[in-house]
Design a protein around this ligand. Structure first.
Ligand code: CA
Length: 255
């Protein structure tokens, strides 16, 4: 598939540092967003490690003698099964790397990060995520949320105890049920779908989705060309009062 991608990250008007991180590797079809957390500047460190390690594992450049340890029953004949397992493995390697770094820094025990990874391989898009950074797909002028937040609030929505509207207002909305690093071994949600020309994949941190509802994201997507969309989404989120770090990676399937 021929791909184009653009990205934007902004610390927002309040925070001094940017604990979000991202990666665009057009050649290999790898796109990543991470939103770090932890005291001092450790969130930045965690997000950076997560992006780097995940990318290196997906490029087969990450050496780890324990590689087989995390392998499960995977149908090796099934490429998509193998790639989803690779994503899961990469995220666990990232988690191990963050734990190792945290162990070296006094007071960095709570260092962790969200992670959402899109891997486009030929006509298939593979997704994996941990935490509340999201992936969306815009296709045929509709927006589909491809990820389910790993948050307490999402669990309450699923259980029918909270509506999505109320969930936007509760103070604990960003408490994660799993994160890369802090929670140790992770169990990312993974999925595979066939891509179509014209598809727009949007990866983002919660700085975007706290400021903009899904239908607002769609309106911005429909009003801008793909190469302007990352900028437009961040600008719109800032105008809407977004005060967190905001990161958006847009991948456009050209043909
Ligand atoms: Ca955030």
């Amino acid at each position: 598939m021929e791909l184009e991608a653009s990205a934007r990250t902004d610390p927002g008007p309040v925070r001094e540092n940017n604990e979000d991180n991202m990666m665009l590797d057009l050649e290999r079809g790898i796109f990543i967003v991470a939103d770090g957390m932890g005291g001092h500047a450790y969130g930045e460190v965690a997000a950076q490690i997560a992006v780097d390690v995940t990318h290196r594992v997906l490029l087969d450049e990450h050496e780890d003698p324990d590689e087989t340890r995390l392998m499960r029953d995977v149908d090796v004949e099934d490429v998509s099964d193998r790639l989803r397992e690779r994503l899961r493995y990469a995220m666990n390697q990232a988690s191990i790397a963050i734990r190792r770094r945290a162990a070296q820094i006094p007071g960095a025990d709570d260092m962790g990060t969200t992670l959402v990874v899109l891997l486009i391989d030929e006509e298939q898009a593979h997704l994996a995520h941990v935490g509340d950074s999201r992936a969306y797909l815009v296709r045929n002028s509709r927006l589909q949320r491809l990820t389910r937040d790993h948050t307490i609030v999402q669990q309450e929505i699923d259980a029918g105890r909270l509506t999505p509207e109320l969930a936007r207002l509760v103070p604990h909305k960003s408490i994660l049920t799993q994160s890369v690093g802090f929670h140790g071994p992770v169990e990312p949600d993974t999925s595979t779908r066939i891509v179509q020309p014209g598809d727009l994949f949007i990866l983002c941190s919660d700085g975007l989705t706290d400021a903009l509802k899904d239908d607002e994201i769609l309106q911005v997507a429909l009003a801008h060309p793909p190469d302007m969309l990352a900028d437009a989404l961040v600008e719109t989120a800032l105008s809407a009062g977004g005060d967190d770090n905001i990161t958006v990676v847009v991948t456009h399937v050209v043909a």
